[in-house]
Design a protein around this ligand. Structure first.
Ligand SMILES: NC(=O)C1=CN([C@@H]2O[C@H](COP(=O)(O)OP(=O)(O)OC[C@H]3O[C@@H](n4cnc5c(N)ncnc54)[C@H](O)[C@@H]3O)[C@@H](O)[C@H]2O)C=CC1
Ligand SMILES: O=C([O-])CC(=O)C(=O)O
Length: 346
């Protein structure tokens, strides 16, 4: 059975843009790979979508299926992590186990931490771009603890390009508000903190319609965003967690980052879970504002250039209302510190 490799000739001899999906045969991986295969990329360089999964039958099936589509990107089934990561400009990690009803994301830690550590070890050993420009997007759960596991293996100068993906929380906040208001308008609602239950802090006070909402409506919106993942897990009733909406959320992030990776723009703005490093502007100020000098990981709006996150927008904290600042944030931070320590100690 032939395994698809790049099908389009590289007439220009330009170096390809390489996007790698690890966990490509899974629920998120398949949908995300489809989106990446069918996307238009603003470049004349060849675009390679490298797929890897330990489920080799699933991997070959997905890669063969996608390879018949006459689109810009070439798909390649990689049969080792080394092959998948060596030339990557951007790696998306969706490998691991999803939740079943009754489980928390934290229940996935033991099994998924080993998977992430192995992937990180391969990135450290083989990625050509790790030291300069590689972006690594972590989707596997629990994100709050697994990003520290990833970072523990990778050199610290690469951490500002290792981003935990919380975009589904922002998308849910926007959509649930729109549904409640019965409008087509989709507002941007900042969501900060982390990616599980109480650590998810949706900031609905930033909505222009906040004053129209009752306290009960606000409480139920916050709860729905914090436990939106459970809503899908329960609906799927043992058949996994959010896959289609997550693939959409990840694709949006990749669409944002690709022009940066191609060096077509100087910086992008997005919200990510990441390590607070002293050399990222705004990190110290954010810790001071939160009165949390020991807080090592947090999700917040950031500015990112092609060498990584260079600014964390701490001003988000100043704009919060009293309830968000005094009730939601302290609960989130308590859990976030424990979640990060768990990963750091692994
Ligand atoms: N950050 C977020 O907002 C979200 C995160 N997730 C998380 O994403 C992860 C993946 O979810 P699904 O795609 O639904 O799971 P899935 O079970 O459908 O797919 C996971 C894939 O990973 C592969 N895999 C397992 N170990 C591997 C390894 N060592 N190397 C390469 N591939 C490996 C499996 O063979 C499988 O194909 C889960 O941990 C889930 O909790 C899910 C939704 C949202
Ligand atoms: O809830 C889960 O397990 C998957 C997830 O992270 C989400 O849907 O936000």
């Amino acid at each position: 059975m032939p395994v698809p490799t790049n099908t389009n000739a590289n007439a220009s001899n330009q170096p390809p843009l390489t996007l790698t999906v690890i966990g490509a045969a899974g629920g998120i991986g398949q949908s995300l790979s489809l989106l990446l295969k069918t996307s238009n990329y603003p470049t004349t360089r060849p675009v390679n979508v490298n797929l890897f999964d330990v489920n080799t039958t699933g991997l070959n099936g997905v890669a063969t299926d996608l390879s018949h589509m006459n689109t810009q990107a070439n798909v390649k089934a990689c049969h080792s992590l080394q092959d998948a990561v060596t030339d990557a400009d951007l790696i998306v990690i969706v490998a691991g186990v999803p939740r079943k009803p009754g489980m928390t994301r934290d229940d996935l830690f033991n099994i998924n931490a080993g998977i992430i550590k192995n992937i990180a070890t391969n990135i450290r050993q083989y990625s050509r771009n790790l030291d300069t420009s590689l972006f690594t997007l972590l989707i596997s759960n629990p994100v709050n603890s697994l990003l520290p596991v990833l970072n523990n293996v990778l050199p610290s100068h690469a951490h500002s390009r290792c981003l935990g993906i919380t975009n589904l929380d922002l998308i849910r906040a926007s959509e649930f508000l729109s549904e409640l208001l019965d409008t087509q308008e989709k507002q941007n609602i900042p969501v900060i903190g982390g990616h599980s239950g109480n650590t998810i802090v949706p900031c609905f006070s930033y909505s222009k319609d906040y004053a129209k909402l009752s306290k009960d409506q606000i409480d139920s919106l916050i709860h729905r965003v914090q436990y939106g993942g459970d809503e899908v897990v329960q609906a799927k009733n043992g058949q996994g967690s959010a896959t289609l909406s997550m693939a959409f959320a990840a694709f949006k992030v990749i669409q944002l980052l690709v022009p940066l990776v191609l060096k077509k723009i100087d910086y992008v703005e997005g919200a990510f879970y990441l390590e607070l490093q002293n050399d990222i502007l705004g990190s110290v100020k954010l810790r001071n504002l939160l009165n949390e000098p020991e807080l090592n990981y947090f999700a917040a709006p950031c500015k990112i250039n092609y060498t990584g996150t260079y600014l964390i927008d701490y001003s988000i904290i100043n704009g919060l209302n009293q309830f968000e600042k005094d009730v939601l944030l302290p609960k989130a931070i308590d859990e976030l510190k424990g979640n990060a320590q768990k990963g750091e100690r692994y």
